[in-house]
Write a protein that binds this ligand. Structure first.
Ligand code: XMP
Ligand code: MG
Length: 184
């Protein structure tokens, strides 16, 4: 699927596929350098992180295990409240493991800050974050994201794992929606 298939649902392509893939390779090279000789566990946050997880994991030379969590942030509308519920927990024990959280996007940062304290309490050897995208709001929360893809404007984005009402996740690029799609 490419941008021609979208008709007029998409306002614009924000990050084309080749730029996404080049950035993933860059992040993978940094992660390889940092985790040499260590047992790495990638923790993907469902569902948004599936694409970045799949591409990042294949770009790594470091042997890595993969596990998944699904969480939901209670809150009104599209803003997360910071009150998080675990929908699917990890299958593995992370005690003494080198854990790298793989996320699609940091918006308010509330979901991730909750996740960090939750995972930290399980005693990992180390805990770092890799996020593909970060919005300006995230500056307000203290999230130390060691591996970051792109800082993006404060617009609703879809594609490459990110959805609007469960659609658009399978686009190979990141785009912004046309206002008429979400009633704007
Ligand atoms: P917070 O605000 O807690 O929430 O950092 C992050 C989660 O909110 C979702 N999110 C988005 N999803 N397009 C999306 O498809 C967006 O522009 C967007 N902004 C935030 C996403 O699930 C992320 O994990
Ligand atoms: Mg997410």
């Amino acid at each position: 699927m490419d941008e021609k298939d979208l008709g007029n649902d998409l306002a614009k392509v924000l990050i084309p596929e080749d730029q996404l893939q080049a950035k993933i390779r860059e992040l993978a090279a940094q992660i390889d350098a940092d985790y040499q000789g260590k047992d790495l566990l990638l923790v993907g946050v469902l569902k948004g992180a599936v694409m970045v997880m799949a591409d990042l994991a294949r770009a790594l030379h470091t042997p890595a295990s993969m596990d998944w969590m699904a969480v939901s942030s209670y809150g009104s509308g599209t803003k997360s409240s910071g009150v998080v519920r675990i929908l699917k927990d990890l299958d593995t024990d992370i005690l003494d493991k080198h854990v790298l959280i793989v996320e699609d996007i940091i918006d308010s940062g509330l979901t991730l800050s909750w996740l960090i304290s939750n995972l930290r309490s399980r005693g990992p050897a180390s805990l770092e974050i890799c996020a593909l995208l970060r919005k300006p709001e995230a500056v307000k929360t203290e999230i130390d994201c060691r591996y970051l893809g792109f800082d993006i404007p404060n617009e609703f984005v879809v594609g490459y794992g990110l959805d609007y009402a469960e659609k658009y996740r399978n686009l190979p690029f990141v785009g912004t929606l046309a206002p008429h799609v979400y009633g704007g």
